[in-house]
Design a protein around this ligand. Sequence first.
Ligand code: C5P
Length: 424
Amino acid sequence: MSFDLSVIPNKNIVLAVTGGIAAYKSAILVRRLKDAGFNVRVVMTKGALAFITPLTFQALSGNPVHIELLDPEAEAGMGHIELARWADLLLVAPATCDILAKFAAGLADDLLSTLYLATKAPVWVVPAMNQQMWAAKATQRNLATLVEDQVHVIMPDAGSQACGDVGLGRMPEPESIAYQVTAYFHQAQRAIAEKFGLLAGKNVVITAGPTREAIDPVRYISNHSTGKMGFALAAACYAAGAKVTLIAGPVSLDTPNGVRRINVQSALQMLDCSLEMLKEGCDVFIATAAVADYRVAQVAEHKIKKSGDELDVALIKNPDIVATIAQQTKRPFMVGFAAETRNVEEYATGKLLAKKLDMIACNDVSRTDIGFASDQNAMTVFFAEQYHMDKQNLEKASKQIIAQQLVEAIHEALHIQSDNDEQF
Ligand code: C5P
């Protein structure tokens, strides 16, 4: 599965384990949920204790395990009502037919059935049982009641069972359950971002990475850009609710969740693709790519053979992508980047004017602790005059944090732009 399971901060899952042979899989499920960044607290029924020890879950979750409804010690730590409030999701895996029946009937005679009634969080059940018990009319009737009560059911897998039967009733693999839980939180997060995010409703196009200019079929001219800043910005814009297209030169980075990626090689391809994206609709264009300034005038059809001590290769200037987009009649909000080794402010503001940008983010690449291949960056951001915005110094931080700050700066400038537009 290609889903990035690592970006759900600060969500709490109560994993309830009931008494079935599949309970051993729940230990791995705790690991997978923790890997995905969830806080996990485990509740065990009395039946579960016959299959696996609380110590296993305590060690894996890093939290004490909750077993009794009225255990004075547990209640002093986190009582059952507090636990019900703490949960962002109550996940019951494996769920026996007994607990399904209790939930359907609304009983509250132990910790888990009480939690079920006391929590406002969504409840997911992962039934796992003998295939005959799964097919039993009472079980199916209880399931139908739970679905009506908005409980989400992860359906059991078919296959051979511990009891020797073959059929429906196996608990799905922990990876698959963790994946579905993570995807659920991503979708919920996305729905909120699309409505309330700083870039909600905006189409953002980002160029990233180096370009590769062919000399012959095996050789090329390129540069050291890793694309990290552009990819971090793509992720930050998506998290802010935008629809994001990332036009990437050759880099070895994973595509951020939810981002459409189009791979290109040369500056000319990057320009063509950018113009194409403009036709599709683009509100914000962010040029982080380190586009090669020159390309080879005449790309050799065949591999150039070694001969003589010198080789002359004529180069011609590449088009300036960001400047070309900025000249279009229906132009998006334009953000450029500049990497300078000296006179940072002077060169950056010069580029802002020359390329007709709305905003430029500049870093000092003479510093070895930030910039190109580093995971950290520090930038100064300048805005075009009509925004009346002071320059912003973004202190040294991870490229993710810098990206988030740039999104805030873009949001602020867009706001001013729309105020200005309304006045005319
Ligand atoms: O290379 P330079 O310092 O001029 O780059 C400044 C900005 O212009 C960057 O945002 C870069 O992505 C963009 N640029 C471009 N096409 C080029 C050269 C630079 O879009 N051919």
